[in-house]
Design a protein around this ligand. Structure first.
Ligand SMILES: *[C@@H]1O[C@H](CO)[C@@H](O)[C@H](O)[C@H]1NC(C)=O
Ligand SMILES: *[C@@H]1O[C@H](CO)[C@@H](O)[C@H](O)[C@H]1NC(C)=O
Ligand SMILES: *[C@@H]1O[C@H](CO)[C@@H](O)[C@H](O)[C@H]1NC(C)=O
Length: 135
């Protein structure tokens, strides 16, 4: 038993070292709506100060999403970008909001890119291959 546990821990550490941490990702089509005001998202004050009033005015639109780690307007990852990988597909999103229930909630279009349109998945567990970085 001890051997099994040690082996499991070693395997988990090895995965972590390779950046294989998996994050649960779901989608919300509200991020695909260009006319939505940024007023109600957690990072709204930063977005407004950068001159963005609606989702559609943000240059990365509709590559937008939220993270559970964004808990207030001063969270450092507010406005930063991450790139996810799932089964050889990629999606980059700008984080503008908090998220509930999943590590990240992203736009439907970003989810389509990440899953290659296999919409039978209500959510996926994906790796972060880049970020969060300033964008
Ligand atoms: C956010 O940061 C600014 C500048 O550091 C500070 O003035 C403000 O009180 C902070 N707001 C919150 C909610 O912590
Ligand atoms: C949240 O932040 C913690 C601590 O920095 C980090 O380990 C974790 O991977 C982050 N989670 C997400 C969903 O970004
Ligand atoms: C996914 O679906 C969208 C909308 O139907 C379409 O525009 C896009 O080309 C599809 N992407 C792939 C990889 O099939």
């Amino acid at each position: 038993m001890r051997y099994v546990i040690t082996t499991l821990c070693t395997a988990l550490l090895a995965l972590h070292a390779l950046g294989q941490t998996l994050y649960s990702i779901s989608y919300d089509s509200s991020y695909d709506s260009a006319s939505t005001s940024v007023d109600s998202v957690t990072c709204s004050s930063q977005l407004i100060s950068e001159g963005y009033a609606t989702y559609g005015s943000i240059p990365t639109f509709p590559s937008l999403g939220g993270s559970t780690n964004i808990t207030g307007s001063n969270t450092s990852s507010c406005g930063q970008c991450v790139v996810f990988e799932f089964a050889g597909n990629f999606a980059g999103v700008k984080l503008i909001n908090s998220a509930e229930g999943w590590d990240f909630v992203i736009s439907e279009e970003a989810m389509d890119a990440l899953t290659n349109n296999i919409t039978i998945y209500p959510h996926v567990n994906a790796r972060i291959i880049e970020g969060p970085y300033n964008c």
